[in-house]
Structure formats: C-alpha cells, structure tokens
Design a protein around this ligand. Structure first.
Ligand SMILES: [Zn+2]
Length: 431
C-alpha cells in the first residue's frame, strides 16, 4: 500500500494528503445532532427571522409585481349612468376609459353591463392613478382589473365553494308557499319543488291541508358560511294521501322516481303558475249566466288578468280564435288521442298550425266570452271525451334503461337513505 503511494507523482501525493486532512477536520467540526436540535429550540415564537433568499434565482418574468393600492373609492352606479358618464363624474379621463376597454374584451363587457346601484371599487396608487377595479359578481366571484406594465388585465377571483347537505320538511296548513317558506326554503327552491312534482300534482288546485314534504338539498359554503341553498337532491311529497318520490340524476340534471321513471311527463298538471291562482272554483256551482247546475267539463283557475297561460304539453295549435261563448280561445292537439283547451283568454299568443312546447306561453288569462269574472277554463280531452286530468290514465313517462338505470337506482337508494338519516339527525327532539 505504502509502496503504491510512493510510486505516485508528487502532486497526487500532496492532494491525497490534503483531502485526508480535510476529512479529519470535518469530523471534528461538524456539530452533533443533539446540538442542532438544541439550536432549533432557541427560535422564539412570534420573533421574526430573516431567511436568506438569493433574488438572482427568482424567475423575474413569473413574478408579477403589482403596484400597491393606497386609496379605495367605493362607487355606486347612478340610474342611467354609463361607464363614460361615471368616469367623468369621478374625475377620470375618457382616455383612461378608452385604454381600459381596449386592453381586454372582458373589461369592455363588464363596463358596458353597468346597472343602477351596482358597486365598483376603484383602487388608486400614491400618485393617484387608477391601478385596480373590483366588482363583486356573486358571493364567490369578483371581477378584478389590474394595471400591468402593458395595459390593463382582467381576471375573475374565485373563492372556494364547499357543498354540504341539509334537510327540511313541512306539513301544509295554509298554502304550499307558506309551508315552504317556514321550512326555510328559498323562492328558487320552492319553484324547483313545484317544478319537480308539477307533472303529478296541480300546485294551484290540488294542495290540501295535511299534505307534506321532505327534502334533502345542497348548501354552498364559502369561508365557513352558508352563502346559498342549492339543488334539491331528493324529495318526497305527500298529496291527498298519495306519496311521490323524486331523486336528482346529477349527470343529466333530470329527476326520476326511485324506480328510474322520469318525473317529467307528457302533460303538466296545471297550465298556470300556482303562485298566481287566487281561488278554487266550486266544481258543482251553478253556471254563472244560465243559473243551471251543469256538469262542469273542465277546470277553472281564477288568477289576475294577464297571468301567463302555458301549454300543458308539446303539440300543434289546432285552433286559435274568438267566439261569444269561449271568448279568446286556444285548442292544442298533442297527439291523435289528446287535446287541451284554454278559454276566456285576454290575449292569444299563438296561431293555428303553430308548434308549441310544453310550458310555452300561449296566451294570457282574461275574462272574455260568457263569464262573470276573469278565469281560465281548462279542458283535457281524451279521444274527444272530457276527462279529469288528475284521474285520467296518461302516457307512461320515459324510464332509464340499462347500466344508466342500474347506476341511478343505487344512487336513488343512497339519496333516500341519506334523506332519512338527515331527518332523524336533524328533527330529533331534545326534551
Ligand atoms: Zn269553467
């Protein structure tokens, strides 16, 4: 070993000695782990320690250094005020507005969408130049314009939205609307429920005291606070002793019952928005003009003149006309079997031969023809015979099939179980 060493050139020998010395020194000078942890515990909570950062290592192009806003101005849009008028009012030049709207189409869009009472926040720097504009679009979205070295840039700032489930239920005593408000539903959710069951239940005329509903729905959470009540995930509605269940298929946004049959059917139960209907006519009443008790061959909806009237199903307008008995009337043919009739309209909105979609407005409620007061007289005919749309057998609704159905059925079971679980969890009495 030593002879090999001696045979090496002098320079190599010197280097080997030097490295050996360095290794021995390092062994002596390295702090032992115990000492290290002791050193760490010397840091104090709340004290500021500077970290050495080599600025030359930062990629400058990726670092956006925005100028600092030193003053905010809260601007409320006045009636009839355009962006041009607003800029003038707050002492900003039209040149600045021009630069803003031409640097980003999104800025142009937002500034041309101003409505009275909209709130904008203008941020200025030390030199009093406009460098930021903020406009809250929703609880979780803010439109932000920033001044950059090459013009103005727009972006949407988004807060994280978390979703959780909630449950509610109610038994109807006065009206569906009142019960739903008491059950803490939003107007949107109430209309959703009426929409989900609108093919099975006539919310204008068929609701009775002791009807009830149970709902599992979404709540949106932003920064720990409930900001919105969202979709109805599962719902159960008991109407006149009959119970209907509906579960949302999140993929399609459609509702199906627990057997995978579509809630949407060929005919709406009511051709009028239930919120507008004021009273239920007595079906055995005397005819308001002839005074005779006649078998009433239709359903009457009393609502304010001008209330929109919807087509109960897809079809073609068979007749749109006027006579002294019916007033303004519209007949719609849905198939060779089904015809619906709408009488006493104030205005007709469709012409003979025109195709109409379910829910499309075909006219407005009025008091034309032989009537004592404004109302819609609605008739449902099956093979030319008047039928009660509530009791008549209607075309089967579409069902899910195949793997889609299997997938939905397990989701439906899961949702209905959750509905029950939340019900026991949230309605347990504490006494
Ligand atoms: Zn009638």
């Amino acid at each position: 070993m030593l002879t090999i060493f001696k045979r090496l050139p002098l320079l190599h020998r010197a280097l080997i000695c030097l490295f050996a010395a360095l290794i021995i020194m390092a062994l002596f000078f390295l702090p032992d782990p115990a000492q290290l942890s002791q050193h760490r515990s010397n840091y104090q909570v709340g004290k500021l320690y500077s970290l050495p950062i080599d600025e030359s290592l930062l990629n400058r192009s990726e670092v956006t250094t925005l100028p600092r806003v030193t003053r905010w101005e809260n601007i409320v849009v006045r009636p009839g005020e355009s962006a041009a008028v607003l800029f003038k009012r707050i002492g900003q030049s039209s040149g600045l507005l021009h630069r803003l709207i031409h640097s980003d189409p999104q800025i142009n869009k937002q500034l041309s969408l101003l409505r009275p009472n909209d709130e904008l926040f203008f941020g200025f720097n030390k030199q009093d130049q406009l460098i930021q504009i903020r406009r809250q679009l929703s609880t979780f979205e803010t439109f932000v314009v920033n001044k950059t070295t090459d013009g103005f840039r727009a972006e949407i700032e988004q807060k994280q939205v978390n979703v959780q489930f909630n449950y509610t239920e109610a038994t109807i005593t006065s009206s569906f609307w009142n019960a739903a408000i008491d059950a803490n539903l939003t107007p949107n959710q109430i209309m959703s429920v009426a929409g989900i069951f609108g093919w099975d239940i006539d919310f204008a005329l068929d609701i009775r005291p002791q009807d009830s509903f149970k709902l599992l729905y979404e709540e949106k959470i932003v920064e720990g606070e409930i900001v919105d009540q969202g979709r109805i995930l599962a719902a159960q509605f008991s109407n006149q002793g009959q119970t209907f269940k509906a579960i949302l298929d999140e993929e399609s946004g459609n509702y199906y019952d627990e057997q995978g049959r579509a809630m949407k059917k060929a005919f709406l139960r009511s051709p009028v928005d239930f919120r507008r209907v004021t009273s239920n006519f007595n079906p055995n009443r005397r005819h308001p003009v002839t005074g005779k008790v006649t078998a009433h061959r239709g359903t009457d909806y009393a609502a304010p003149v001008g209330t929109p009237i919807y087509s109960a199903g897809d079809g073609v307008v068979l007749k749109s006309g006027y006579n002294q008995f019916n007033g303004n009337y519209v007949f719609i043919k849905h198939s060779n079997t089904y015809i619906t009739k709408y009488l006493h309209l104030q205005k007709r909105r469709v012409k003979g031969g025109q195709r109409v979609k379910q829910g499309e407005t075909i006219g407005t409620l009025g008091g034309t023809g032989r009537v004592t007061g404004p109302h819609l007289h609605y008739e449902f005919l099956v093979n030319g015979v008047h039928k009660n749309p509530r009791t008549v057998k209607l075309p089967q609704s579409k069902s899910l099939t195949g793997s889609k159905k299997q997938q939905f059925l397990s989701l439906a079971q899961q949702r209905l179980t959750e509905l029950e679980r939340y019900r026991t969890l949230l309605t347990a009495h504490v006494d």
